[in-house]
Design a protein around this ligand. Sequence first.
Ligand SMILES: Nc1ncnc2c1ncn2[C@@H]1O[C@H](COP(=O)(O)OP(=O)(O)OP(=O)(O)O)[C@@H](O)[C@H]1O
Ligand SMILES: [Mg+2]
Length: 369
Amino acid sequence: MIPFKYGVVVSGKDFCGRTESIEEIKTFVLSSQNTYVQGERRIGKTSLVFETIKRMKSHRLLVVDLLALRTPEELCSRIIKQLILLENKASFLGNLVQFFTHLRPQISMDPLTNLPAVSFDRAVSVTPESIEEIFELIKTIGKKKKMVVFFDEFQDILKIEDAPWLLATLRSKIQYHDQLSYIFAGSIRNEMDNIFSDSESPFFKSAIPITISPIEQGVFSSFIIKKFRLAKRSIKKEVLSKIFEITANVSGDILQFCEALWSVSAENEVIDDDAIPKALQLIFAREHRSYEMVLSSLSHNQQKTLTGLAKYPGCQLNSADFLKLSGIGQPSSVNAAIKKLTDRRIIFKKANHYSFSNPFLATWLKSFM
Ligand SMILES: Nc1ncnc2c1ncn2[C@@H]1O[C@H](COP(=O)(O)OP(=O)(O)OP(=O)(O)O)[C@@H](O)[C@H]1O
Ligand SMILES: [Mg+2]
């Protein structure tokens, strides 16, 4: 069995550390205090919320993922779908339709996947009344058994054209749910800040922030060493240090690297420095198509800026050195490229420099471009 999981929510034996954050979230949930969890991509936000509520045993978790949300209708259908999955009863489906007078969703079960499908009449559009109906339903279900409502990738609500209206409507409903606890998570820091810290936003100061940092290195190292031992391998400390460095301490990337190291090693092997290039080659072999697709979708200046960022990470972006090394004519071209690369979430701003969302893309660019 593969000892390292990545790209999925982890729990139980696959979940490492974060005891303080778990206690913090528990306390907030028990006092029905709304919170928002923010941290980098793949750092472990979703797993932390799942694991906390699982360990609490007292609450159910209603998860609504807003990733790539496009319309208010989609938000409504995602909430209804999750409510159906949470209740998991045929009788609930029948009752559900009676609940709505405004939206009138058509609900069916996909016979192949056994998952609910929700659609709306084209003529019907979402109004504050329809949102109210959905939140009344959440409240009613929350009264039956304690419930935490978890809006994951919440910043993607800003992608909807009517975002200000929708945010104001959501906020006006949520504030009366004093028996429920809401958790919002997101990885795009400036967008989450726009929602929760901008005084003009309806969600201003409506939830307590919890920032998720990397798992403490000592704790994570012991966890990884134990996993390798269970897979009949041992790993040298210096290899672990290199993994933490290459991945900038991002949990999901660390475990992806460990899975590759496990794949390129054999039972009873001591994993040393020689295994690092082999593991990277394996990751590149699996991912190079997506790297090439990213590159081919960029303009020349964007490609040069991205490659420059990978090759000369310490270099000031507007400096003459960076322009010369990267072969770019004007500082304004770098600025325009950085904006585009950030908008496309290929890179992101971290303190006062830019980092790659996928550290392996940076390593690949450094090696091959
Ligand atoms: N506490 C943890 N213990 C062990 N591994 C973890 C932990 N948290 C996260 N991971 C690793 O990181 C991966 C991503 O976790 P998760 O999906 O929870 O992160 P996320 O921050 O929600 O990511 P995204 O930004 O993609 O939504 C997991 O598949 C796992 O490999
Ligand atoms: Mg997540």
